[in-house]
Design a protein around this ligand. Structure first.
Ligand code: ADP
Ligand code: ZN
Length: 296
C-alpha cells in the first residue's frame, strides 16, 4: 500500500496542473501547461500520467461542471464561456485511458478539501474556501462532505450591495454585470476599473477599499449562511497582503456585533498550504478516498 501513487488534475480555465503524489500527499512529479482545446489538453494530461503507475486520480475542474455521479451529464463541462469545452466529457476522456477510481469535483471544492485535510481548516469539521482570481468561486465542506445537490454551489455569482463610490461601474460578469461578486470583485474587475492588472495596482489606490467591501460582504454572508469554522480566501487577488485586514475590519462593521465570531485574524484567513498547493493536496486526498471506497 505504501508505495501507491495518486494523481491530481487541476483543470483550470487558463492552465492545467497535473501532479503525482504519494500517500502522504507529497508531490513526486508535476507539470503544467496552458488550457488549449479539450482534445490536445487531455492528450497532454494522459501523456503525463502514462509515465507513472498511479492507483487513483482526483480532478478539480473549472466549471460549471456536472459532478453528480447520478446525473446523465456526469463528468461534462456545462455552460462555460469557453465554447470548445462546452459539453466536453472530461471524465470519460480519462476513464477511457485509465481504468482507475477517479474523483471529480470543482476546482474550489478541491482547494477546500486540501485546506480541510492539511491546511488552514485541518483542525475543524467545517470550512468555506473562496478563490478570488480570474473568477470568484467557493466550496463548502461540512464533516468531510461537500455542500451541494442540484448542482455544485455558485457562490461567485451571489449578489452584493454596491459600494457608494462604485455606482457607475458596469462590472465584468456577462450575466450580472457588477451585481454579482465575480462581476464586481474578480481580478478582471480591478483591471476594468484601473486599466492595470491587479498585481500592478499600488496599495494606496482607492480601488482596494471597494474590493475589500465586496469581499467582506462575501465573508459576512458566508458566516451567516453556513456558519463554518474557517473562511479561507485564496487566488491571485488575495496575494495583496493589505487586503485581508481591510476585509476583516469591514466584516466587523457589517456584522455590527450581531453574530458571535472568533477572532477574525484566525477566522478569515489565507490558505496555509504553500505554493498554491491546496487543490493538489485536495485532489490527492479525494483520489485516496475514491480508492478506499473501491475496497482497497
Ligand atoms: P486563475 O483564477 O486564472 O486560476 P489567479 O488566481 O492567479 O488565476 O487569478 C488571476 C487574476 O488575479 C488576474 O486577474 C490577476 O490580474 C489577478 N492577480 C494575480 N496576482 C495578483 C496580485 N498579486 N494582486 C492583485 N491581483 C492579482
Ligand atoms: Zn455573475
Amino acid at each position: 500500500m505504501s508505495s501507491k501513487l495518486l494523481g491530481s488534475i487541476e483543470a483550470g480555465g487558463t492552465k492545467f496542473v497535473c501532479a503525482v503524489g504519494d500517500l502522504n500527499f507529497k508531490v513526486q512529479a508535476q507539470t503544467s501547461f496552458p488550457t488549449g482545446n479539450p482534445e490536445e489538453t487531455m492528450a497532454k494530461v494522459i501523456d503525463f500520467f502514462s509515465a507513472y503507475d498511479i492507483s487513483a486520480i482526483g480532478i478539480g475542474s473549472f466549471g460549471p461542471v456536472d459532478i453528480d455521479p447520478n446525473s446523465e451529464n456526469y463528468g461534462k463541462i456545462l455552460a462555460t464561456p469557453k465554447l470548445e469545452w462546452r459539453g466536453y466529457d472530461i471524465l470519460s476522456a480519462l476513464k477511457q485511458r485509465f481504468k482507475l477510481p477517479i474523483f471529480l469535483t470543482t476546482d474550489v471544492n478541491a482547494s477546500a478539501f486540501g485546506e480541510y485535510t492539511m491546511g488552514a481548516a485541518a483542525n475543524v469539521d467545517s470550512c468555506v474556501y473562496f478563490t478570488v482570481g480570474t473568477g470568484i468561486g467557493g466550496g463548502v465542506i461540512q464533516n468531510g462532505e461537500f455542500i451541494g445537490g442540484l448542482t455544485h454551489l455558485e457562490m461567485g455569482h451571489t449578489f452584493v450591495k454596491r459600494h457608494p463610490d462604485d455606482t457607475d461601474f458596469e462590472g465584468v460578469c456577462p450575466y450580472h454585470g457588477a451585481d454579482c461578486i465575480e462581476g464586481a470583485a474578480s481580478g478582471p474587475s480591478l483591471q476594468a476599473r484601473t486599466g492595470l492588472r491587479g498585481e500592478s495596482v499600488t496599495e494606496e489606490h482607492d480601488v482596494w477599499a471597494i474590493e475589500a467591501y465586496y469581499i467582506a460582504q462575501l465573508a459576512f454572508n458566508t458566516r451567516l449562511n453556513f456558519a463554518p469554522e474557517k473562511i479561507i480566501f485564496g487566488g491571485g487577488v488575495m496575494q495583496q497582503e493589505h487586503l485581508m485586514s481591510r476585509v476583516r475590519s469591514i466584516v466587523e462593521e457589517l456584522n455590527n456585533r450581531y453574530v458571535d465570531m472568533p477572532s477574525l485574524e484566525e477566522y478569515i484567513v489565507n490558505p496555509l498550504i504553500p505554493e498554491n498547493g491546496s487543490a493538489t493536496v485536495g485532489n490527492f486526498a479525494l483520489a485516496l478516498r475514491a480508492l478506499e471506497n473501491n475496497g482497497e
